[in-house]
Ligand binder design. Structure first.
Ligand code: 5GP
Ligand code: ZN
Length: 112
């Protein structure tokens, strides 16, 4: 699978990993768009929320529940923003579902 996140998950590409369990990993984004920028990545490869199976939705729910324990690990105590880019107009560049975790600063609100 020619997917950068699958390669990271399989250990074939280095990353700065902050959390890992059987279902997801959290890594630092290589090109941060905020003072703190992490990616929460379910291990199973699929691109769109809209295509999720029931099982994948349950896994994603469990991954999001991990935020409570990730807050102190990632330094998110002052708040954070979750972003999921989906498709061309959103400028999704990696076709493996991932949730951006942005924090460490006050954030503006613009679509682009
Ligand atoms: P998207 O544009 O698909 O929503 O987000 C993809 C994100 O993955 C981008 O923020 C980009 O910086 C990040 N990214 C791409 N390749 C790598 C990589 O090899 N390692 C890490 N840690 N992040 C990556
Ligand atoms: Zn993948």
């Amino acid at each position: 699978m020619d997917c950068v996140f699958c390669k990271i998950i399989e250990g074939n590409l280095p990353s700065q990993k902050f959390y890992e369990d059987d279902e997801c990993i959290v890594i630092k984004d290589i090109n941060p768009a905020a003072n703190k920028h992490y990616l929460l990545i379910p291990k199973q490869h699929y691109k769109f929320l809209a295509d999720m199976s029931d099982g994948q939705a349950q896994v994603l729910g469990r991954c999001l529940k991990k935020l409570k324990e990730l807050i102190p690990i990632l330094g998110l105590e002052n708040g954070y923003r979750l972003v999921v880019n989906q498709g061309e107009d959103a400028l999704q560049t990696v076709p493996h579902l991932h949730i951006h975790i942005l924090a460490g600063q006050k954030m503006g609100w613009t679509p682009a």
